[in-house]
Write a protein that binds this ligand. Structure first.
Ligand code: GLP
Length: 223
């Protein structure tokens, strides 16, 4: 996987928004487009730019990658709340879903599969909440979060003890079924793990490395 290096975070995000616009306007996939969404700080400007897009959001269905378990929906750190604040309150999509049970992959399939999937990467190489050790065949399931991930994500909570211990996540196989994938990373602290994911051994120790087996992945990086 080649890593496309961008000179600014905003330009990196704009490129993804332009590709999504093109895919929707030219019905590259289907009339009812499905978009896979990620949370975290990396895709924030993608959502900021999508708010100003003119395409008809009511023809687009969204599927989020993951969600903490045991947090009430309106908890400020729930991913549903994050999406509401950053995108959904500005754009009305046809349907928007979050994983909360094992039927999620069937739901995605029934909606025609994910056309474009946006992904970030954790500092331990996780994608969604597929932590190191996740199998290539994994589907949507409830997982236990590693200490590393809870520590990384504790910046959004009052303390690490408030970070949930478990989450629902799409699996590696669920993600690999997307027709096109954008893997984004921003910041020098992500450079080494991104290199490993893109050019290192394909191994469950670095879950993002499985993306090397997908034939339609774009990797975007900025310092
Ligand atoms: C979280 C999410 C991932 C996300 C990752 C990176 O744990 N579950 O989907 O890609 O962290 O987050 P950030 O973009 O804030 O670095």
């Amino acid at each position: 996987m080649n890593i496309d290096i961008y000179n600014s975070y905003d330009n990196m995000c704009k490129k993804v928004v332009e590709d999504i616009r093109y895919a929707i306007n030219f019905n590259m996939f289907s009339e009812y487009f499905t978009l896979g969404l990620a949370t975290g700080s990396t895709p924030l400007s993608i959502y900021k730019y999508i708010r100003d897009e003119n395409w008809e959001a009511n023809k687009v269905t969204t599927f989020n990658l993951d969600e903490y378990s045991d947090l009430p929906y309106n908890h400020p750190q729930s991913y549903e709340h994050f999406m509401e604040e950053n995108l959904f309150m500005y754009k009305q999509f046809r349907y928007s879903y979050f994983p909360e049970n094992e039927r999620y992959d069937d739901l995605i399939k029934n909606k025609g599969g994910i056309d474009i999937q946006i992904l970030g990467i954790g500092t331990n190489g996780h994608i969604a909440f597929n932590e190191p050790g996740s199998s290539r065949d994994s589907l949507t399931r409830k997982v236990e979060l590693t200490e590393n991930t809870r520590k990384d994500n504790s910046r959004f909570f009052d303390s690490i003890d408030d970070v949930p211990t478990h989450a629902w996540t799409m699996g590696i196989e669920s993600i690999m079924r997307a027709k096109q994938i954008y893997l984004l990373a921003s910041g020098k602290h992500k450079k080494e793990i991104l290199e490993k994911a893109c050019h290192g051994e394909i191994t469950s120790d670095v879950p993002a490395s499985f993306l090397q087996e997908h034939n339609n992945v774009e990797v975007l990086y900025c310092d």
